[in-house]
Design a protein around this ligand. Structure first.
Ligand code: HEM
Ligand code: HEM
Length: 213
């Protein structure tokens, strides 16, 4: 068995899934303090993933996600010889990153027009925050669609005999021809903790207090 996903990529994925679920439920229920606190933690998580995409393990690298459409089509037909995300999956991952960044940035500028506003609303023209609130709503629909596609792809691979979810849980895979270079995930967690503390101390104190009391 050879390690293909470092500890942070695995943690990032499952924390992201929990984060998005909490963000969805809290928005639906109108628990906006929880929505904000979770939003800030997911912001720190996503920023860490992008930094890890530059300094992290080979399979975390953003540069390893860039492939030609031809390579993606070939990968759909033949998925065996591959380390990390295959070229088709890479398009999905890049789409997720763009959708999540748009969701986070638009959230920071969103307002419910009554009581609650994101921390950047005060700094942008009101037309911007109107567009951002609309975008925050519409983009989430696209994100839901992408999640459905993602799950469909994983089920399809499972039916073809490839258990990707197990690989993402254990981080290990057999039949790997070339060993990827790994960087210990603990460094990424350190970056995540520093960014979380920084963002929470700037924007998170008030919603966190409201949540605790
Ligand atoms: C909110 C829902 C979800 C989102 C937003 C999401 C997002 C992502 C992202 C961004 C990646 C790329 C990871 C990286 O390189 O950092 C990924 C990979 C992956 N996800 Fe998800 N995911 C979701 C739910 C799930 C669920 C429920 C499963 C399992 C059943 C799953 C299984 C996987 C697997 C197996 C991979 C690795 C694919 C590969 O081998 O190339 N995901 N997901
Ligand atoms: C990946 C991250 C995020 C996700 C998935 C998410 C998801 C959502 C969803 C589904 C809604 C309800 C939209 C609607 O029904 O119109 C919403 C509303 C909202 N979100 Fe987010 N959000 C995220 C991040 C953020 C962040 C970082 C902030 C600000 C700090 C934020 C602030 C708001 C505000 C102010 C609303 C409006 C509530 C309302 O209209 O009643 N969100 N969000």
């Amino acid at each position: 068995m050879i390690k293909v996903w470092d500890g942070f990529i695995r943690g990032f994925h499952w924390l992201l899934v929990i984060g998005i679920a909490v963000l969805y439920v809290s928005a639906e229920e109108g628990w906006l303090d929880l929505h904000f606190v979770t939003g800030y933690l997911v912001l720190a998580l996503m920023l860490t993933r992008l930094i890890w995409g530059v300094i992290g393990s080979d399979t975390a690298k953003l540069s390893s996600l860039i492939h030609s459409p031809k390579a993606a089509l070939l990968a759909i037909r033949n998925s065996d010889q591959n380390v990390g995300h295959n070229p088709a999956g890479s398009y999905m991952v890049l789409l997720f990153f763009v959708l999540i960044v748009v969701q986070l940035l638009s959230g920071l500028m969103s307002t419910d027009d009554i009581l609650v506003e994101g921390p950047l609303v005060a700094y942008v023209p009101s037309a911007w925050s109107e567009i951002a609130s609309e975008l925050h709503h519409e983009n989430f629909e696209i994100l839901l669609f992408a999640i459905a596609l993602h799950l469909l792809a994983i089920i399809t691979y499972r039916l073809k005999g490839k258990n990707l979810a197990k690989t993402l849980l254990t981080g290990k895979e057999h039949n790997i021809v070339q060993k990827p270079r790994m960087v210990p995930g603990k460094w990424a967690y350190l970056i995540f903790i520093i960014l979380s503390v920084l963002i929470m101390s700037i924007w998170g104190v008030q919603p966190l207090n409201a949540l605790i009391n």
